[in-house]
Write a protein that binds this ligand. Structure first.
Ligand code: FAD
Length: 467
């Protein structure tokens, strides 16, 4: 085997984790290559994950908004949309993203190599191209950013044309009138909102006793209430016994003895790391049973010139975090002893309809940790901007220390929650006493805005302390 080219660093996978690392290394003058097995760049994030699901959701939520807005009556009402309609918008966004990302690599002199990467040894990678051509390249350092894929239990027939996962649902062959979504994690809840918004009958099967149990219970309850109110049937504490695909639909038998029928099924219960093709055993790395690798705080694996970021290292498995992990990892590779870390409070954005976002502690965590806290709430329906914009469903909940007034957690439910949260997050990160709810009371907000919810919630919370 002949090594064709020698690089300072090679990044495997062009999702947000790989992109963050490759860009940072290239900007600091390293000779970098990125290997991607898919025919275009951007990773699962761009092609099957974050971007398409958010684009689909956007179209559906606009449809709902128009249909519920008293301004749009009669002929002004849009016709109903199909999955194929909203997919066209998503595909347009994917194309723009791919083009933009390809430009980044070109402008920063990152060499893009297409093919499946695997380790020969800790400094040599084999690349198998789609036509079978094999190339070997040499490198001083490697970043593994190969992401994850939907988990496939052996007893579910994913080759059946009515049974989908979150990747294949984007090539849905039938416009369903009904769908069973198995798994009520973030992906399951987001797709439940999308399909229900299109008028599809949705059965959402949750293997646990409440939705998204990592959320503040009040927010998780609000999500259940609104999904149910919009017509989603949620079944908690259910697991499948058997899933059968037929010519014209699917049947799911639950362990509790129920039989559910639908036009198709989306299996969205768990993910596995993309590890197998890498042959990491050739360098002595041992993934866990979910195909994930263990790393240090600066993303170094047990092999000191090999690093790993993004979904392949597990929690939090977010595009937002993967990009920053890539940048931190690159700093460690360039300088060593990198002290930079991800922010301790990573915000969560959940793009259900309505949207959810949170940062910091939940009420349940504060109770368990015996922290003296108080709650301030703002209902969107009381905000002028929400009334004007037809966004009255939702609320902002501020949790703060009863004595110091330090902001400890923010939980937002309603349209634009994922944007609104960042105001509070910025305050939580202030040092020297700048992180208290007093900020929201003493500052002047634009009027009318959704951001005003912070002031309303802070005043509400301070009143409770005084009471
Ligand atoms: P990926 O983006 O998965 O990219 C990995 C790349 O590596 C892929 O292109 C793959 O082809 C390539 N690859 C794999 N093996 C090899 C190999 N051997 N050789 C060469 N190339 C290889 N996160 C958010 O922050 N916000 C959201 O709203 C959000 N929504 C989501 C919705 C869905 C439906 C899904 C599935 C995920 C969502 N996520 C979201 C999670 C987010 O998409 C992932 O956390 C993120 O994509 C992980 O980035 P990554 O760089 O680790 O891997």
């Amino acid at each position: 085997r002949e090594v064709t080219t020698q690089y300072d660093a090679v990044v495997i996978g062009s999702g947000p984790g790989g992109e963050g690392a490759a860009m940072q290394l290239a900007k600091k003058g390293r000779n970098v290559a990125i290997i991607e097995k898919h025919s275009s760049l951007g990773g699962g994030c761009t092609h099957w994950g974050t971007i398409p699901s958010k684009a689909l959701r956007h179209s559906v939520s606009r449809l709902i908004e128009f249909n519920s807005n008293p301004l749009f009556v009669g002929d002004l009402r849009p016709r109903s949309l199909t999955f194929a309609d909203i997919l066209r918008h998503a595909q347009g966004v994917i194309q723009q993203q791919v083009q933009m990302r390809s430009g980044f690599y070109q402008r920063n002199d990152v060499t893009v190599l297409h093919g499946v990467a695997s380790f020969e040894d800790r400094n040599t990678l084999k690349i198998t191209q789609a036509d079978g051509t094999i190339e070997y390249i040499g490198t001083k350092q490697v970043v593994i950013a190969t992401g994850s894929r939907p988990y496939h239990p052996e007893d579910v027939d994913f080759n059946h044309e009515r049974i989908y996962d979150s990747d294949t649902v984007l090539s849905l062959k039938h416009e369903p009138r009904s769908i069973i979504i198995y798994g009520a994690g973030v992906i399951g809840c987001e797709y439940a909102s999308i399909f229900r918004g299109l008028g599809v009958k949705v059965d959402l099967i949750n293997t646990r006793d409440r939705l998204l149990s990592f959320l503040d219970a009040e927010i998780s309850d609000a999500l259940s209430y609104h999904l149910r109110n919009n017509g989603v049937v949620i079944r908690h504490n259910e697991e499948y016994e058997r899933i059968e695909g037929h010519e014209d639909g699917v049947t799911l038998y639950t362990q509790s003895g129920k039989r559910l029928d639908a036009d198709c099924l989306l299996y969205a219960n768990g993910r596995s790391g993309n590890i197998e093709e890498l042959n990491v055993e050739n360098v002595g790395l041992k993934p866990n049973h979910r195909g994930q690798l263990e790393v240090t705080g600066a993303y170094q694996t047990e092999v000191d010139n090999i690093f790993a970021v993004g979904d392949i290292i597990g929690y939090p498995s977010l595009a937002s975090a993967a990009y920053d992990q890539g940048r931190i990892c690159a700093t460690e590779m360039l300088e060593g002893d990198c002290q930079k870390r991800l922010v301790s409070d990573i915000p969560t954005g959940i793009y259900t309809i309505p949207e959810i976002s949170s940062v910091g502690k939940t009420e349940e965590e504060l109770t368990e940790q015996k922290v003296p806290y108080e709650v301030g709430r703002a209902q969107f329906k009381h905000l002028a901007r929400a009334q004007i914009s037809n966004m009255a469903v939702g609320s902002l909940k501020l949790l703060f220390h009863r004595d110091t007034k330090e902001v400890l957690g923010i939980h937002c439910f309603g349209e634009r929650a994922a944007e609104i949260i960042h105001i509070g997050q910025a305050i939580m990160e202030q040092k020297n006493g700048g992180n208290t709810i007093e900020y929201f009371v003493n500052t002047t907000f634009n009027y009318p805005t959704m951001a005003e919810a912070y002031r309303v919630a802070a005043l509400n919370g301070l009143n409770r302390v005084r009471d």
